[in-house]
Design a protein. Structure first.
Length: 127
C-alpha cells in the first residue's frame, strides 16, 4: 500500500449516498491514516455537516440521488475547507466554477484517493 506524502491524521467529512461505497471509502481513509468524522447521505445533512463539523477536508459525491452537492461545496469554500468531488462523470461533469477542485473518477482505489487528498490539501484556502 502506498501512503500519501502529506501528514496523516486528517479529519474528513464524506458525502455519499451509497452505503457500500461509504464503507469502502472509510476503510481506504483508515488505511491512509485519516479519520472519517461523519458520513452525510442527503444534501441537507451534507450542508449542516459542512457548516458545523470540525473537519480538515471533505469528499463530496457530486450526485446524491439526482441532487447535486454544490451547495455543500459552497459552505466548505466559505469556511476555507478543501474538498474533493467524487463522481462517475469525471471532472468534465463539473460546473466551471468548481473545475479547479480535485475530482476522483468513480470507481477509485486507495492510491487515487490518497493522491486526491494530497492535491486538495495543497489548495490555498478560498474562504
Amino acid at each position: 500500500m502506498t501512503m500519501t506524502q502529506d501528514a496523516p491524521g486528517r479529519r474528513i467529512l464524506l458525502v455519499e449516498d451509497e452505503g457500500m461505497i461509504a464503507m469502502l471509502v472509510e476503510d481506504m481513509l483508515e488505511d491512509l491514516g485519516h479519520e472519517l468524522v461523519k458520513v452525510a447521505n442527503r444534501l441537507e445533512e451534507a450542508i449542516a455537516a459542512a457548516r458545523n463539523e470540525s473537519v480538515d477536508l471533505a469528499i463530496l459525491d457530486l450526485n446524491l440521488g439526482g441532487v447535486l452537492t454544490y451547495p455543500a461545496a459552497d459552505v466548505l469554500v466559505e469556511r476555507g475547507i478543501p474538498f474533493i468531488f467524487a463522481t462517475g462523470y469525471g471532472s468534465g461533469g463539473l460546473k466551471e466554477a468548481y473545475s479547479g477542485w480535485p475530482t476522483l473518477q468513480k470507481p477509485f482505489d486507495t492510491e487515487a484517493l490518497g493522491q486526491a487528498i494530497q492535491r486538495a490539501s495543497s489548495i490555498p484556502a478560498r474562504g
